[in-house]
Design a protein around this ligand. Sequence first.
Ligand code: ZN
Length: 267
Amino acid sequence: MSNIKIIDTHCHLDFKELNTRLDQVIKDARINNVSDMVTISTNLSRINSIKEISEQYKEVFFTVGVHPNEAHKDKQFDDHEFIKNYSSHKKCVGIGEGGLDYYYNKENMSLQKRSLEVQINVARSTNLPMVIHSRDADNDMIEILKSEYKNGSFKAILHCFSSGEELAYCGLDLDFFISFSGILTFNSAKNIQKIAKNIPINKILVETDSPYLAPSPVRGSINEPKNCIHTAQFLSKLRDINFLELSKILYDNSLTIYDKIKLWKEK
Ligand SMILES: [Zn+2]
């Protein structure tokens, strides 16, 4: 397994399930061929701790942004200048995660939309990828993505993809990447598996979204970046591609969309 390198493109190392034992979490990731990880911002009040984690561990990068379920709790949820200024940090590689979550937070729909649009604007002006969260909001998401794209192109990742085909193909039309979490490995996820089997391989990423959504065969446990390998192995069987070859494709895809990581590695 020594040639295998996987990047966990989306995790939450600042959450207490992981933050209290970070040395071990990072070490276990390394042992399990997860070479790098991107820890994702959810609330700007916590951004300093995320930045500090990235400064402490060479394999950790971060994003800056506001999760749709945090928008109503984050005083700076639409602070364009703050997000933009923060994004210039050398290890800040993306904007988000922003998006729409009508499963948990339908009552804050307009705040979520405002927050998402502000973050897309920063992503567009910085050329950093926008990390997009969408749950039970496919129609509104498609509408916002298409109309924002008309205002000028931007890069994006549809993260923890668990939506329908229409959003997947809308994203692909806009040249976005689609990232699959442990959900892909669940028996109930036939529709998501179908999408992962059929979309262009050069648009696919894997992630853990840890500490949530541990993939099979460790489903139900606290998830960690090291488990990214299980989702990648599942994908390798689903796509019938040799695991070493698939891991190279996924690694290249991760560096294509998170191009600041690539620059960092070339230094
Ligand atoms: Zn997340």
